[in-house]
Design a protein around this ligand. Structure first.
Ligand code: GLN
Length: 309
């Protein structure tokens, strides 16, 4: 395993020049595009790490999976899926166009509009961000996980596109609260600092059907885990979800902070990180690390058949 991880690192490093850090959130522009790391949390409790696995970065859109878990826990299936659909879009993650042309309801919870609507379902008079942070810490197994204030402020200041979507949705009665409150919660959720180890452990919770891999405690109910993993397969990498499914074949979720979290059924959680992104907003380094690991460890959901990439 150690040698596969080192080889994956070298393989992915050769593609790093193709990526560029996100600049539309000014704080993210400070990321170092040469950083690259990964972690695996195996079902037997073994942990494997390589490169900049310990580097903290903001969770960004990977938070959308946790937002969905929380919303389903707090507001239930009917409420959540009355606000957001479950179909892939084929559009960029921050696209606004479908809210007008397809249906007012955002197509799925893994794109910005869908996550803002999902976040609004978590409000209900409670301190939704503390609930989110508490859940994130439990899933990742680290109580020191916290908000990156600089990124949060930067997102809030620069988030005019997200603001436009939220107001449009509010005008269509799709939000469970005021647009600014839903946005504030959404920006905070995106701005939580994690590292690859945290995300690998979270991936293992999902891979183990919601059970804490150390204590065996059921952290998330099975029906919720199934919904989240299904949406990771179909929508987890935005408009590159099809390519990722073909080349990597692991339920996964990416974020513009440079992370990708994956969950290999019953076997492992795996996460990779590198701040340079491709044109669709997915980390070039993380994508290639996962691609390498999937091939060499046989992690594709249809492993066994020949792979030709
Ligand atoms: N916070 C980012 C945004 O709203 C999240 C996007 C992402 O990670 N793809 O644009």
């Amino acid at each position: 395993m150690e040698s596969h991880l080192s080889a994956a690192l070298e393989y992915a490093r050769s593609f790093l020049h193709e990526g560029a850090v996100a600049t539309y959130i000014p704080e993210l522009a400070k990321g170092d595009p040469t950083q690259l790391g990964a972690a695996i949390y195996a079902a037997d409790g073994e942990i494997y790490r390589v490169g900049d696995w310990q580097q903290e970065f903001t969770i960004q859109s990977i938070s959308k999976t946790i937002t969905l878990i929380l919303a389903l826990q707090l507001a239930g299936y009917r409420k959540v899926f009355s606000k957001v659909g479950v179909e892939p879009t084929g559009d960029p993650f921050n696209s606004i166009v479908r809210l007008e042309t397809t249906a007012p309801r955002p197509l799925n919870p893994m794109i910005n509009a869908g996550a803002i609507a999902t976040a609004s379902c978590c409000m209900g008079g409670r301190d939704a961000f503390s609930e989110f942070l508490k859940l994130t810490r439990r899933l990742c197994g680290r109580s020191s996980i916290s908000l990156n204030e600089e990124v949060y402020r930067s997102e809030k200041q620069a988030g005019m596109r997200n603001r436009s979507m939220a107001y449009l949705m509010q005008s269509d009665n799709l939000l469970e609260c005021d647009a600014e409150d839903a946005l504030d919660l959404y920006f905070r959720m995106c701005s939580v600092n994690v590292n690859t180890m945290d995300l690998a452990r979270y991936g293992m919770v999902l891979a183990g059907n919601g059970k804490d891999p150390e204590t065996g405690e059921q952290l998330v109910e099975g029906w919720i885990v199934r919904i989240v993993k299904t949406l990771m397969v179909t929508c987890g990498l935005y408009d590159a979800s099809g390519e990722f499914a073909m080349k990597v074949g692991i339920p996964a979720k990416s974020g513009v902070g440079g992370g990708i979290m994956g969950s290999v059924e019953r076997k492992m959680g795996v996460a990779a990180f590198s701040p340079g992104l491709d044109a669709k907003g997915n980390s070039v380094g993380a994508f290639h690390m996962l691609e390498y690991l999937s091939h060499h460890l046989g992690l594709h959901y249809f492993a066994g058949s020949e792979c030709r990439v």
